[in-house]
Design a protein around this ligand. Structure first.
Ligand SMILES: [Zn+2]
Length: 84
C-alpha cells in the first residue's frame, strides 16, 4: 500500500441540527422517521461517513438515539454545551 504524505484525511463526523419541516429520513438506530414536530424543537444528528478517505453516505439519528448507539461517529459538534 502506497502512502501519500500530503493527503488530507477525511474522517467521519457528526453534527447536531434541528429537525427541519419536511424531513423524510429515518433514524439508523431505531428505524423510525426523524420527524419534524411543530411545537417541539427536536434535534437530529447528521453524520457524514467517510470510508477510506472518501465520502460514502449520510446517516441520520435522533439525537437521543445517537447517544444510545454510543456516538459511532464521534461527538456531534454543536451538542455539547446545554444538557440538563
Ligand atoms: Zn431514533
Amino acid at each position: 500500500m502506497a502512502k501519500s504524505a500530503t493527503k488530507t484525511e477525511w474522517k467521519s463526523r457528526a453534527v447536531t441540527r434541528l429537525i427541519e419541516a419536511g424531513s423524510m429520513t429515518e433514524c439508523l438506530h431505531c428505524g423510525e422517521r426523524v420527524k419534524f414536530k411543530a411545537r417541539e424543537r427536536h434535534m437530529q444528528v447528521i453524520c457524514n461517513v467517510y470510508v477510506d478517505g472518501n465520502w460514502d453516505r449520510v446517516e441520520h439519528f435522533h439525537s437521543a438515539c445517537y447517544e444510545e448507539a454510543g456516538s459511532p461517529h464521534g461527538d456531534p459538534g454543536e451538542w455539547k454545551s446545554s444538557r440538563g
